[in-house]
Structures are given as structure tokens and as C-alpha cells.
Design a protein around this ligand. Structure first.
Ligand code: HEM
Length: 153
């Protein structure tokens, strides 16, 4: 092989070797979750506010848990819950209340109390005909807070 040809073959092989050593290409766009956020699918902040209002009405009538809420300013609570759900669903609101662990510490909330509240929220979502996918997504997000809220084992 003439020197120039040997050089070309060598360069090609180096090129091949480098291509093999190159980092993998970025993940294709298809791996990015597509479609509207849960916030949008729920219908935005007005829809969330309506669900929260209905939910708190159910809680007030729910003998299993309403004793916890005696003397609580429900207007204030509704505003904070709306912000929290809006933010958790990917909306533009910012929850400025206290951390969940701190708020509920010392209340002695059990798993049964937590489940009762979740069932009231599920009923409120049902009342507004929120679809099963959105219902499942939201209850899934809030269900993740159980460990910070339940203290009575
Ligand atoms: C996923 C479940 C829950 C969420 C997302 C949640 C969220 C909140 C939020 C955002 C506040 C207002 C915080 C603040 O004032 O800074 C709050 C307060 C409160 N929560 Fe919960 N909560 C949950 C479960 C429960 C349960 C199971 C109970 C009792 C059965 C409960 C009882 C209360 C009470 C009594 C207050 C009022 C505290 C006060 O004003 O001093 N919560 N909660």
C-alpha cells in the first residue's frame, strides 16, 4: 500500500473508532410526555376552585372527619387547597401555605381519616364529571402526601 493510501485507510478506521466511542444521541422527542398538563385537563383554576368548594362542603357534612375542621377558616383553607392542587397539577399557581407535615402534625390523623377525605374529594370530582384518567392522576399525586399527613398508626 502506498503511504498516502495507508494514511487514508488509517484515518477512516480512526473515524469509525471515534464514531463508536461517541456519546449516544439525545433521546428522541417522542420520549417527552405529550399532551396537555393535568392542570389543563382538569379545566384550569376555576374548575379546581369549584371542585375544592364542593369537596369542603362534603367534608363539613362528613361525620367521619368533620370534627377535625371545627373552627377552621374554610375560605382560607379553600384558597390554599386550590393553589396547592393547581400547582401540583402543573398549573401557574404557587402554594404559599405551610408544609404538609407541619400543618397536620399533632392532629392524630389516621389512614382511615385520610381515606375518608380522599373519598370526599373523589365524590367532588365525580360531581363535576371529571374523567377517570384525570381523577386517577390527581388522587395519585395527593395520595403521595399520605406519609406526611398520617401520624396515627
Ligand atoms: C391529600 C390530603 C391532604 C391535603 C392535600 C391537605 C392539604 C391541606 C392544606 C393545603 C392546608 C392549609 C395549610 C395552611 O393553612 O398553611 C390544610 C389544613 C388542614 N388540614 Fe389538610 N390536607 C390533607 C389531608 C388532611 C386530612 C386527612 C385531614 C384530617 C382528617 C386534614 C385536616 C386539616 C385541617 C384540620 C387543616 C386546618 C389547619 C389549620 O387551619 O390550623 N387534612 N390541609
Amino acid at each position: 500500500m502506498r503511504p498516502i493510501a495507508a494514511l487514508l485507510v488509517g484515518a477512516t478506521l480512526v473515524g469509525v473508532a471515534c464514531r463508536h466511542a461517541a456519546p449516544p444521541p439525545p433521546a428522541p422527542a417522542a420520549s417527552v410526555p405529550a399532551g396537555p398538563s393535568l392542570y389543563t385537563r382538569l379545566g384550569g383554576v376555576d374548575a379546581i376552585r369549584a371542585v375544592v368548594g364542593d369537596f369542603l362542603g362534603r367534608v363539613a357534612a362528613d361525620q367521619r372527619v368533620n370534627a377535625f375542621f371545627r373552627g377552621v377558616d374554610t375560605g382560607e383553607l379553600a384558597a390554599k387547597l386550590t393553589d396547592q392542587i393547581c400547582q401540583a397539577a402543573g398549573g401557574p399557581c404557587r402554594y404559599a401555605g405551610r408544609p404538609m407535615r407541619q400543618v397536620h402534625a399533632g392532629m392524630g390523623i389516621s389512614d382511615a381519616d385520610f381515606d375518608a377525605l380522599v373519598s370526599d374529594l373523589a365524590a367532588a370530582l365525580g360531581h363535576f364529571n371529571v374523567g377517570p384518567q384525570e381523577k386517577g392522576d390527581l388522587l395519585g399525586v395527593l395520595g403521595g402526601l399520605r406519609g406526611q399527613i398520617v401520624t396515627k398508626r
